[in-house]
Design a protein around this ligand. Structure first.
Ligand SMILES: Nc1ncnc2c1ncn2[C@@H]1O[C@H](COP(=O)(O)OP(=O)(O)OP(=O)(O)O)[C@@H](O)[C@H]1O
Ligand SMILES: [Mg+2]
Length: 248
């Protein structure tokens, strides 16, 4: 499997706090990685660096072997990296359709007028919402703010699918979701590989991670302490011991 993403020697300090120290992380093409670790282990910090939300203190990132600099979330998106948080980068006041296209709205009429093609956006939005399993017929003009947490999540997932991101990062996407919504997110991650995506999946529920990932990476106190755990060959208890550092 060729490497899609290679992060090397990534360190990040917040004043005296070493959030990450010399972290290496590789994500293969069509590989689903589970990133585990206790509270404060550095998981979110690592993926925020990859998604351009925060700068790294040192280290390098390469995509398909080519060194890249990711200085903003739009850099990351243009490199095919889409990140989904619980509250995601959605704008509550804007409609579902606008949120799907945020910054990439189709235009109509003379370009200098910058008129958005609302009809085209609504049409795409309607079919995408079906695809991600929103059964209810929610008009694409509905503001995001009036959707449930799970429905919002689905909109963020729909966006990642539509723009064909190569790497989809999910940081605790199932927090506060209902059972059916959680199953929807897990199904999405499981299917991501078949539709040609790679994923980094962060969740506190190890059982969820075990259900969907190819490989588990564990961070502890800002360092990688295991990076090739095969969920089919390893027990949940063993991984818990690695996470807490209580292994025998
Ligand atoms: N903006 C910040 N300023 C100062 N310290 C920070 C900041 N963001 C994170 N940290 C610290 O960096 C360390 C790693 O935090 P991070 O959010 O990456 O952990 P995490 O593994 O995602 O934890 P959780 O499972 O609780 O989400 C923690 O000690 C945290 O307090
Ligand atoms: Mg976190």
């Amino acid at each position: 499997m060729g490497a899609l993403i290679q992060m090397q020697g990534i360190s990040k300090s917040y004043g005296p706090v070493h959030a990450l120290e010399e972290v290496d992380l590789t994500v293969g093409e069509r590989e689903i990685i589970g990133l585990l670790g206790d509270n404060g282990a550095g998981k979110s910090t690592l993926i925020k660096i990859l998604s351009g939300a925060i700068p790294t203190s040192s280290g390098t990132i390469a995509i398909r072997g080519e060194r890249v600099s990711i200085n903003s979330t739009s850099d990351a998106i243009s490199q095919g990296i889409e990140t989904i948080y619980q509250d995601s980068a959605l704008v509550p006041e804007l409609s579902i359709a606008r949120n799907l296209f945020l910054g990439r709205e189709p235009l109509k009429g003379p370009a200098f007028l910058g008129w958005m093609d609302q009809g085209a956006m609504s049409e795409v939005a309607r079919s995408l919402l079906k695809e991600v399993g929103i059964e209810k017929d929610i008009p694409p003009t509905t503001p995001i703010g009036s959707l449930s947490g799970g429905e919002r999540q689905s909109v963020a997932i729909a966006r990642a699918m539509y723009f064909d991101s190569e790497l989809i990062i999910l940081d605790e996407p199932t927090n506060n979701l209902g059972v059916a919504e959680t199953q929807g997110v897990l199904r999405f991650v499981r299917n991501a590989r078949d539709s040609g995506h790679s994923c980094i999946f962060i969740a506190h529920n190890i059982h969820h991670v075990f259900q969907v990932v190819d490989r588990i990476v564990v961070l502890r106190h800002g360092r990688v302490v295991a990076d090739d755990i095969d969920p089919e060959q390893t027990s949940v208890e063993e991984v818990e011991r690695i996470i807490t550092g209580m292994e025998g």
